[in-house]
Structures are given as structure tokens and as C-alpha cells.
Design a protein around this ligand. Sequence first.
Ligand SMILES: [Zn+2]
Length: 390
Amino acid sequence: MPLVDLKDMLRHARAKGFAVGAYDAVDSNFVAAIIEGAEAARAPVIVSFAESHFAHYDFPALVAAAESHAKRARVPVALFLDHGASRESAVEAIRLGVNGVMVDASHLPFDENVAATRSVVGMAHGVGVPVEGELGYVPGVEGVDAERHPGEIRLTSPREAALYVDATGVDFLAVSVGTVHGRLRGEPRLDLDRLAAIAVTVGVPLVIHGGTGLTDEQLRSLVARGVAKINYYTALSDLAAAAASNALADVETGYAAAIDAVRAAVADEVARTCEVFGAAGRADETLAVCRSWRNVEHVILFNWSDEVGDRAAEFEAEGRERLSRLPGVREATVGAAIHADAPYQRAWLIRLASAAAEAAYMKDPAHLDYANRVFRPHAADRIKGDFLRD
Ligand SMILES: [Zn+2]
């Protein structure tokens, strides 16, 4: 099954009254386990990458691994940037392969949160990527992630939530109704009336951060009130640590046995929570209503004009440098023909995140400047085409 459009996935979830689990991956073993767990439950799934975890792994390599797993998955998958720090983080994550982003400005005052989120929405929507915003504040209490979310809880106001969604254009809204990042201390108390009021004033799918520590009953009551995405990580981390620790108690068991134990523990918990969230058994119907997420290749075969001479390398370097940084561009490379008698001796390959990204690229001022000033005047002999990737 392919990667699918996350907006389609979560709209379907909200319409049908279930939630998709968004599980943070911290290595390729987690990626495999998250997808295996979802496959066991026949559930759509979101593999997330939290920017606060980037110190623990090589983000470009892990997203590439996740993309490879997702393409071979037997359930619909989306790849997500969780708690991105900036617009630049979102551009980079889309370049590397995610197809949904959250940029977290929830610690800022309302107007600044709106301005920061709007800037991300403008960029991301331009290239076909949906955006999650957060209003209110979900703090950390204890556990592996808690210190990354300092401060006091601020519950989401239903009235502000409606204003925020209108002003920013976000596709999904993370709300604060009593959950915390990391582990809970004591009994979790949720403000379900507040959540129900937000769901009435806001049409977009709602998101809960801090799913760990809630009872299954509480999780179901969140889903029943409009939550369509639940971020769930700390419990996976705790189970993985316990599984690794058990397996490694005897060194002679070997490291690979610990990997297997972690993978099984994470996959089991993912499958279990897919059942609790109501996502189990929903893979086929979700796939049927989701657009598939496919890259576009913009290919130009060309010859530099004779008068270009030695400047060709400089022209190509400028193109690679400028074009590869544009939103929605996954790579901008130029290659040389391997046969001296080929009619075209050079080729640009611009790989774009989506058909929307191709349209945005064609209108981008930086691209037009390069095309009109450098490339087209010196490469009159060229053909081009745009191709959807499998
Ligand atoms: Zn979070």
C-alpha cells in the first residue's frame, strides 16, 4: 500500500468516529514495529518524528527508512514531523519525505502563535502538505519527554480554538484538555466537556498529545468527542526499555535478541492501542478514500549552448544550490549522459513532493529567476516532462 494523504486519512477518521495513532519512531526498529503493529490490527497509522528526538538519530536516514517501510506496508501510512521548531524545520522535513507537519508555537501568546503557524501553513499548503497547530499548552510532568515540555498546563479555550483555526488555516488542531507529555503523576483528570465544546466550535480533526497513562476508557471517551489523532510515545519507550533490559540481562543472549524483543513489544502495544482508538480493521476503507501520496519528477534533457563553455559547471552548481532549497523540492540534481553520441548530454532531475509542489515550483520566484536568467538563455536545446512516481 502507498503512502497516503494525511488530511484525507484524518478527515475519514473523524467522520467515522475513530482516531489514528501517531507513534514517534526513534530508530528503524521502531519504524518497522509501528508498521507491523498497525498491519496486525489492519489499521491506518502515522509514523512521527519529533524534532526533540533528533539528537538520538540521523533524521534524513530514518525518514528514508520509514519511506521505504511505508511503501511496502499493507496498511495506509503517513509520515509526520512532530513538534517542529520552525518553518525551516518543516521545509526540511518535507524535503526529506514527511507528508504532514506540526510546528509547535503553543508556548507563544495567541497572536504570535497565529502568526508563526500561518507562515508554516502558507508554505505547506502550497506544496500539498497538511499542518497541525496547537492551542493551549500540554506540559511534561515526568518521563523521557517531560523535560522537553516545561511549564504549566494551559487548557484550550473553545472560543479561541475557533478563532485560531480560522486565522491560521490549520488542518488539525492539538488541544490541551488535561493530558501531559511523558508519564502522568497520579490519576489523570480530563476535561471532557471542554473537549466536546471545542469539537462543536471547530470543524477540523482534533489531536491529543500525551496519550500515555490514560486508561483505555479515557482514550475511548476522547475519540468519542472528535479526537482523530492520538500521539502515543512514552508507553512505547517504557515497554521498549523493559524488553531490552530483560533480553540483555544475560549478555550471551546477544544484541540481536534485544532488537527482536523491542520490536515485538512495540508492535504489540501499537496493535493494542489501534484497537482502543477504534482504528483496527479500518485500513481498507481508509485507503479507499485517501489520495495516494506520490512524488513528481520534473525532468529536463538539455545541451548547454556552445558559448557556455567552462561556465556550465558554475551554472549547474547555482541551480543545484538554489533549487534544492525551495519548499516541496526533494532533490535537484544534474547528470551527464553516459553515451557520447546521445542527443542530450545533460539532464536535470527535480524531484518534488507532490503534484501541488510541482505547481508551486513552476511559479516560485527563485526558480523563475534561475530559469530565465541562467538556464533558458543558455540551453535552448532541451525537452522536458513531469512524471508521477510509483
Ligand atoms: Zn506532543
